[in-house]
Design a protein. Structure first.
Lengths: 262, 270, 155
C-alpha cells in the first residue's frame, strides 16, 4: 500500500517534470520558428482577428461595467472621508495598475485561450498537423507561432482598451450621475497617475500575461490527447491554468514594480 | 536489389514505450507499383507509414526512401525529402478553415514562388484529375467523406511527388466511392508515374488494383505476393483475412480467463 | 471570411488599441519624472522626514518644481539626506529653505521650498542649509498635553 502510493507519487513527479520540460522546449521552438510569423505577417494578422477583434466586445463591455462599479463603490467609500474629489485617481489607478491587465487577461484566457486550445487540439486530433508535417511544412512555424504573436500583440491593446473603457465608465457614474466636479475628476487623476510608474508598468504586465496565456493555450492544444475528451479536458485546463498564471504573475510583477513606492 | 527500388525497409523494429509494434519487418516497393500493406487493425500499418515519412524514427533497422536513410536525416533534409512524398490521411485531414481550392494550393503556396494564376491552373488540374474541379469553392465541411478523400488525394499529388502513401483510403466509404477511390489510385499511379503505398484492411477492393501485397501480423510480414498469389494462398491467416472469416488464427475473443470462471460457475463450494 | 474585411477589422482594432494607450498616456497620466538633462539636483538634510517618499513632489509657492529623487540615511550625522531633482527652468537663491509639508491634514507629504534673498543661485549638487523637519503629529499632541499639564500645575 505504502509502496504503491510512493510509486504513484514518483510517477506523477516524473510525468510533471517531463511535461514542464516538454513545455519549455515547445516555448523555445516556438520562438525559434517565429520567422514565418513576421515574414508572412498576413498569417499573424489573420490570427489577430480571431484572438483580438473577436475578444473586443466582451473586453469593452466588461471594462465599462467594472469602471462604473468602481465609480459607485469608490464614491460611496471616499465620501465618508470627504475625499470624493479623488474619485478619478481611485478609478484610474486601480484600472491601469491592476484591474485592466488582470481582468482583460482573465477574459482573454477564457475567450481566446480556450478557442486556441480547442482549435489546435482539433487540428491535431483530425491529423491536420500531421498532414502539414508530411507536406514539409512545420506546424510550429505555420500554425503555432503566428497565434502566439497575435496573442502577444493583442493582449496589451485589449488591456489598454479595458482600462480606457473603465475610466470612461467611472467618469459616467462619478461625473454625470453622481455629480463629482468634472475638472477635479480629471485633474486629480492626471496629477497622481504617473506615465512610467503606472501606465507603462500596466502595459508590461499585460504583455507578460499575453505571453503566458497564449503559450499555455497553444501548449495545451498541441499536447492534447487526440480524442474528444482529450480536447475538452485541455480546453478546461487552459482556462484554469492560465487564469491562475495571470493572478500569480500579477502578484510577482506587482511586488517587483511597486515595491519602491510604499 | 533492383535499381528501381524506391522504398526499402530492412529489419525495422519500433515500439511505443515498452509495447513493441513492429518486430523486424522487411518490405520493398519498386517505382510505378501500387503496393498494399494489409493486416488487421492495430497491427502497426500506420506506424509503418509514419516511419517512411520520418515522423518517427525506427528503433532498429533502416528505412530507405530513394536511397536516403530516413531515420538519419536532419530536419532540413527530411523536409526536402517530404516534398517528394504525398500522404493521404485516413479521414483526409483537410484544413477545415480554408476552402478546397486553398487546401490543394497549400503546398504550392508554401514551397513555390509561382504566380497566383499558375497556381490556379495547377490546382484546377489536380482537382480535375480527381473529378472535383466543380467543388473548388466549397469548404471541407460541405464535402462528403468520399469527396474529402479525393480532395486530400489532389492535395497529396499537388507537388507531383514520387511516392504517395494512403492510410486506410477505403475506410468508411460507400461502395461507389470505394470503387472511385480505388480506380483513382491505380490511374494516378500509372499516369503520373507515382509509386503508391496503400495501407488497408479492405481486401476485396485493394486486390483489384494492387501489384504486390504484404501481409503484416504481430509486427512481422507473414505473407507476400501478387494479388493472384494472395487470393490463392493456403496460409490460414491469409485465408481467414481474404475471406473474412470470424474465427481462425486471429481469434474472435480477446484473451480472457475461461468464460465459466468469469461467470463464477466453478466457484469453490458452489 | 474575406481577407480585406479581416484586414480592415484588425486594422481598426490596432488603431483603437493605440488610441486607448494614447488616451491613457495623455489624458489619464502625466510624466512626473523630470528628465536628467533638464534638471539639477540639490541635497537637503533633515532630522526627521516623517512619511516623505521618493517621487513626492517638490513645490514652491504651491507649484510643482521638481520631485524627490532619493532618500538616504546618513549613518554619520544620523540625518536623512533627501536628494531633490529640480526643473532647470527654475533657479532658486542659495539661501532657499526646504521644509516637509503635508497637503491637507492627512494628505500626502511634499517638500516645500521657500526662496531666500541671496543673489547667487543654487547649482547642481549644492546643499540646502536651512531645513524644517516634518511635523510629527504624536510629538505635537505630546507637547500640547505637556503644556496643558504645566499650565494646570500649582505654581
Amino acid at each position: 500500500m505504502l509502496k504503491q502510493s510512493i510509486e504513484s507519487l514518483g510517477n506523477r513527479t516524473i510525468q510533471g517534470v517531463w511535461r514542464i520540460g516538454f513545455a519549455a522546449r515547445f516555448f523555445v521552438a516556438m520562438l525559434l520558428h517565429s520567422g514565418t510569423a513576421f515574414r508572412r505577417f498576413g498569417l499573424t494578422i489573420r490570427e489577430m482577428y480571431f484572438t483580438g477583434v473577436l475578444s473586443l466586445i466582451i473586453i469593452l463591455v466588461s471594462g465599462l461595467f467594472v469602471g462604473m462599479v468602481l465609480g459607485l463603490q469608490g464614491y460611496e467609500t471616499q465620501q465618508r472621508f470627504g475625499s470624493e474629489s479623488a474619485l478619478g485617481t481611485l478609478v484610474a489607478l486601480s484600472l491601469v495598475r491592476e484591474l485592466g491587465p488582470v481582468l482583460a487577461g482573465l477574459l482573454f484566457a477564457s475567450r481566446a485561450g480556450s478557442a486556441i486550445t480547442a482549435e489546435i487540439g482539433l487540428m491535431k486530433a483530425t491529423e491536420q498537423l500531421s498532414a502539414m508535417e508530411m507536406m514539409a511544412v512545420d506546424p510550429i512555424a505555420r500554425v503555432v507561432a503566428p497565434r502566439f504573436w497575435a496573442g502577444v500583440i493583442s493582449m496589451p491593446l485589449l488591456a489598454a482598451l479595458f482600462s480606457a473603457m473603465g475610466i470612461l465608465g467611472g467618469y459616467l457614474v462619478g461625473v454625470l450621475l453622481i455629480g463629482v466636479d468634472v475638472g477635479t475628476f480629471w485633474s486629480q487623476m492626471k496629477s497622481s497617475v504617473d506615465f512610467e510608474q503606472d501606465i507603462l508598468n500596466g502595459v508590461i504586465k499585460s504583455v507578460v500575461f499575453g505571453v503566458a496565456i497564449t503559450t499555455i493555450a497553444l501548449f495545451e492544444g498541441y499536447d492534447a490527447p487526440p480524442t474528444a475528451e482529450g480536447v475538452s479536458g485541455a480546453t478546461t485546463r487552459t482556462v484554469v491554468t492560465s487564469s491562475l498564471a495571470v493572478l500569480a504573475l500579477d502578484f510577482v510583477l506587482t511586488a517587483f514594480m511597486f515595491r519602491g513606492l510604499n | 536489389m533492383h535499381n528501381d527500388t524506391l522504398v526499402e525497409i530492412e529489419d525495422v523494429a519500433f515500439g511505443y514505450g515498452a509495447r513493441p509494434v513492429l518486430k523486424g519487418i522487411n518490405l520493398t516497393a519498386r517505382r510505378g507499383q501500387v503496393i498494399a500493406i494489409m493486416g488487421s487493425s492495430g497491427c502497426g500499418k500506420t506506424t509503418l507509414l509514419r516511419l517512411i515519412g520520418g515522423q518517427i524514427k525506427p528503433g532498429q533497422g533502416k528505412v530507405r526512401v530513394a536511397g536516403e536513410s530516413v531515420g538519419e536525416l536532419d530536419s532540413a533534409a527530411l523536409y526536402r525529402l517530404r516534398r517528394k512524398m504525398g500522404m493521404l490521411f485516413q479521414f483526409g485531414a483537410l484544413f477545415t478553415d480554408i476552402s478546397v481550392f486553398d487546401n490543394v494550393a497549400f503546398q504550392l503556396r508554401e514551397h513555390t514562388d509561382l504566380p497566383e494564376d499558375t497556381i490556379r491552373d495547377l490546382v484546377l488540374m489536380k482537382l480535375h484529375a480527381v473529378g472535383l474541379r466543380g467543388a473548388a469553392h466549397l469548404m471541407p465541411s460541405e464535402l462528403s467523406g468520399g469527396m474529402a478523400r479525393r480532395v486530400a488525394l489532389a492535395r497529396a499529388i499537388a507537388l507531383d511527388p514520387m511516392l504517395v502513401m494512403y492510410d486506410e483510403p477505403f475506410a468508411g466509404l460507400d461502395p461507389i466511392s470505394l470503387g472511385v477511390t480505388g480506380n483513382l489510385i491505380r490511374r494516378l499511379t500509372d499516369t503520373l508515374g507515382l509509386t503508391s503505398l496503400v495501407v488497408t484492411h479492405d481486401v476485396q477492393e485493394s486486390l483489384k488494383i494492387v501489384d504486390y501485397v504484404y501481409f503484416v501480423s504481430e509486427g512481422v510480414v507473414v505473407a507476400e505476393g501478387t494479388a493472384a498469389e494472395i487470393r490463392a494462398s493456403g496460409l490460414p491467416y491469409v485465408h481467414q483475412f481474404v475471406h473474412g472469416e470470424a474465427d481462425g488464427p486471429v481469434p474472435f475473443h480477446y484473451p480472457a480467463p475461461s468464460y465459466a470462471d468469469d461467470l463464477g460457475l466453478r466457484r469453490q463450494g458452489a | 471570411m474575406n481577407k480585406t474585411v479581416l484586414d480592415l477589422w484588425v486594422g481598426l482594432f490596432v488603431i483603437a488599441g493605440f488610441a486607448a494607450l494614447l488616451f491613457l498616456a495623455l489624458k489619464v497620466g502625466s510624466t512626473s519624472a523630470v528628465s536628467a538633462s533638464n534638471s539639477y539636483e540639490v541635497v537637503a538634510r533633515f532630522d526627521n522626514i516623517g512619511g516623505l517618499k521618493p517621487r513626492a513632489p517638490v513645490k514652491s509657492a504651491g507649484v510643482v518644481v521638481g520631485r524627490v529623487a532619493d532618500i538616504r540615511f546618513d549613518n554619520e550625522t544620523f540625518e536623512a539626506a533627501v536628494t531633490l531633482r529640480l526643473d532647470k527652468r527654475y533657479a532658486f537663491p542659495k539661501d532657499t529653505s526646504a521644509g516637509i509639508m503635508t497637503s491637507g491634514l492627512l494628505g500626502e507629504q511634499y517638500v516645500g521650498l521657500e526662496a531666500g534673498g541671496d543673489s547667487e543661485a543654487l547649482k547642481d549638487k549644492d546643499r540646502i542649509l536651512i531645513t524644517q523637519d516634518a511635523v510629527v503629529l504624536e510629538n505635537l499632541i505630546g507637547q500640547f498635553i505637556y503644556g496643558k499639564a504645566q499650565e494646570g500645575a500649582p505654581q
